[in-house]
Design a binder for this molecule. Structure first.
Ligand SMILES: C[S@@+](CC[C@H](N)C(=O)[O-])C[C@H]1O[C@@H](n2cnc3c(N)ncnc32)[C@H](O)[C@@H]1O
Length: 287
């Protein structure tokens, strides 16, 4: 006998308790799986709580719930993640876009609007694009800017391509490459990167991140600073005069990043905090 939508949610909440009775998966995650399994939104479920779930929908829902119980992050279970109000495909080959990274999009748009000049090509590079959440969101917001998305991982580039085709795009290009090595000097107005920045031996990182997200998106040698350093050095060549570098860093790396930027003569260095008041981004100008 099939269950109503309401009974299924109640039964699932009961089903996801650990031995001590603590609920280990949130009701919100269960609702997301149910919405996906039946192809309807939350208001439909509330209004139709007494509707019975179809057998094929129940099989899909149970499969998703099992994956959640095993520890798979919700975004990988659903196969997508909302970022800056755009939905992006994700799988284990790309980092799940994080809410804190959205902060940098608004900064780039507001600073970019101040320096954009429609008479010349305005080049923005997203280095280490992964799902494409940074570069593609900027393209969706400002399609007169020329956006170049760089990614080294072949597997990640497949997802990046899928996300690229979610919209009909102008002035947006995917390039497979190793950071900024493919670019000529003095070509970019803005470079943005959320690079791998976790020290490989770090004890601070969640098990669900290590177990499910791609190593290449996470880890960097030299206390997590090796890729950040490379991007800072290479950007100095590729940025035009007064071009801006936006870079994300780990929770305890900001002072070190500022030091590296100063070593390479960047100016007007600003630090942007994330939602937890962590110094998460630097914005700096190449003189
Ligand atoms: C932390 S993830 C960020 C992904 C995405 N920009 C985001 O914010 O969700 C870093 C990305 O850099 C890519 N990457 C790592 N080394 C690279 C390199 N040498 N050149 C280009 N991309 C690289 C990884 O494959 C990964 O997709």
């Amino acid at each position: 006998m099939s269950l109503t939508l309401e009974k299924l949610v109640i039964q699932s909440l009961d089903d996801v308790k650990d031995k001590s009775g603590k609920i280990i998966i949130t009701k919100s995650d269960i609702m997301h799986c149910l919405m996906d399994a039946i192809g309807k939104d939350k208001s439909y479920i509330i209004a139709n709580h007494d509707v019975k779930i179809k057998n094929n929908q129940l099989i899909k829902f149970n499969f998703m719930l099992d994956s959640l119980k095993q520890g798979t992050p919700l975004a990988y279970v659903l196969g997508n993640q909302l970022f800056y109000n755009y939905k992006y495909y994700v799988n284990h080959d790309v980092l799940i876009p994080r809410p804190e990274t959205e902060i940098i999009i608004s900064e780039i748009i507001s600073r970019g609007d101040n320096i954009f000049n429609s008479r010349e090509k305005f080049n923005v590079i997203d280095a280490g694009s992964g799902s494409g959440c940074i570069g593609l969101s900027i393209n969706s917001e400002r399609n007169q800017w020329n956006i170049i998305l760089i990614e080294k991982s072949v597997a990640a580039t497949k997802i990046l391509n899928k996300n690229y085709h979610l919209e009909s795009r102008n002035n947006c290009h995917i390039v497979m490459g190793d950071w900024l090595s493919a670019f000529d000097e003095n070509t970019a107005n803005i470079i943005v990167s959320n690079p791998p920045y976790i020290e490989p031996e770090s004890a601070e990182i969640d098990k669900s991140v290590i177990d499910y997200e791609p190593m290449m998106a996470l880890f960097s040698k030299d206390q997590g600073l090796s890729d950040i350093r490379r991007i800072i050095v290479e950007s100095r060549k590729v940025l035009k005069k007064d071009g801006l570098l936006f870079i994300e860093n780990g929770f305890d790396q900001s002072d070190k990043v500022v030091e590296i930027l100063k070593e390479h003569y960047y100016e007007d260095i600003d630090i942007i905090l994330d939602y937890n008041n962590i110094k998460r981004f630097t914005i700096s100008r190449s003189p």
